[in-house]
Ligand binder design. Structure first.
Ligand code: 3LM
Length: 404
């Protein structure tokens, strides 16, 4: 009989994990241990030599972490996955694997602040050259290619400008140039977008966000071909050492089981809020791929199953308008991060992206009036009431500053 392929939502809780064969426990057991005991010396020697399968020490591998890796590989359609102790550990794990001094990276304009910081470190300390380009125009990638271009690195949607990059177009250009495409898929998750199907070579995630979903852990995942992942596991994972704790892997799997229902509600709420913001006089511009006004609305339709749960918008009155708004929210939490059950708002220019020099930040569209909101799972009318009140106060403050 032909094997039936289970749908994505079903595979979130079925598929790679099985009830524990010894106890029948339906929830996968948590192997909260540092080390694994050998039966005899030769067994230890064989495991170190790779001649016998089996666990040795949790930095080198752990059954709970392996469960999570199998689940993530299945969901992204990857040959293999590696869990890391944070999203940044996953990003640096892949980049340190791919790059050596003298190599060249093409990176999307507008990128998470710490990823920008890591690229600057690679540039200043390790002699890697970086070119930032506006990848919403794929021809810009082609123009930036050099003989030593090894990596094309991008986020789509881009944090925090919510620009979208055509994955098939950029991957095609990179492939012809012999460069690897690394896509940070944090904002979309594999539920909404699968970059490997569009030609990317590697996917990285901050699993701290939607995958975990509850704001109670820090984790990262890298995915790609088995051969490459095996190499990363024994070099930039094992020897640099940014591993995920078994408990966080276990919590992350709990979060992943509800990814589809959570994402559906995040998207439904975000669509309502984005449309409402678009009509608000205190809002100058709304950046959300689900709006027809979004410059890459067609790209969203082609490569995403839905536009996601993050919205950025520009508040009238510049930096002070944004400040008054952020200081006035009550239900929404004023905090960084995204993809949690509660709605979170923050100010990218002074928070998540403050490490990027002002001039470059402004060119990337991360201006003082820009606010980012990660829409939670609350009743959308309660979110709207909170935004309404905060925008009302912002309007009053801006008017007062102009005519004291
Ligand atoms: C944030 N972002 O609020 P961790 N890739 C992307 C990300 O957004 C992030 C990472 C990687 C935010 C975190 S700012 C101090 C808080 C697209 C994180 C890094 O290492 O798991 O935090 O992921 O935008």
């Amino acid at each position: 009989m032909e094997k039936k392929v289970l749908s994505f939502s079903t595979r979130l809780m079925h598929g790679t994990s099985r009830p524990c064969p010894t106890t029948g426990s339906l929830t996968p057991p948590l192997y909260q241990t540092s080390t694994f005991v050998f039966d005899h010396m030769q067994q230890g020697a064989d495991r170190f030599a790779g001649e016998e399968e089996g666990y040795i020490y949790t930095r080198l591998g752990n059954p709970t972490v392996s469960d999570l890796e199998a689940k993530m590989a299945d969901l992204e359609g990857a040959e293999a996955a590696i869990a890391f102790g944070s999203g940044m550990a996953a990003v640096s794990g892949v980049l340190f694997h791919l790059l050596k001094s003298g190599d060249h990276v093409i990176c999307s304009d507008g990128i998470y602040g710490c990823t920008y910081g890591l690229l600057r470190l690679l540039e200043e300390r390790f002699g890697v050259e970086i070119t930032y380009v506006d990848m919403t125009r794929p021809e810009k990638v082609e123009e930036a290619i050099r003989p030593r271009t090894r990596v094309v690195y991008l986020e789509t949607p881009v944090n925090p400008t919510m620009k979208l990059i055509d994955l098939k177009a950029v991957s095609g250009i990179a492939r012809r140039a012999g460069a690897s495409v690394v896509v940070d898929n944090t904002f979309a998750t594999p539920y909404l977008q699968r970059p490997l199907e569009c030609g990317a070579d590697y996917v990285v995630h901050s699993a701290t966000k939607y995958l975990g979903g509850h704001g109670d852990l820090i984790a990262g995942v890298a995915l790609g071909k088995k051969e490459e992942m095996d190499a990363i596991r024994i070099s930039t994972l094992k020897d640099i050492g940014g591993v995920l704790s078994p408990f966080d892997a276990w919590l992350l799997m709990r979060g992943i089981r509800t990814l589809a229902v959570r994402m559906d509600r995040h998207v439904e709420n975000a669509k309502k809020v984005a449309r409402w913001l678009e009509d608000h006089p205190q809002v100058k511009e709304v950046l959300y791929p689900g709006l027809e006004s979004h410059p890459q609305f067609e790209v969203a339709r082609r490569q995403m199953d839905a536009p996601g749960g993050v919205i950025s918008f520009r508040v009238a009155g510049g930096l002070e308008g944004a400040r008054a708004f952020l200081d006035s929210v009550r239900l929404c939490h004023l905090t960084v991060s995204l993809g949690e059950v509660s709605t979170l708002v923050q100010h990218p220019a002074s928070m998540t992206h403050s490490v990027i020099p002002e001039e470059i930040r402004e060119r990337m569209g991360i201006t003082g009036d820009l606010v980012r909101i990660s829409i939670g799972l609350e009743d959308p009318n309660d979110i709207l009431s909170d935004l309404e009140e905060a925008l009302r106060i912002s309007r009053g403050t801006v008017a007062f500053n102009e005519n004291p």
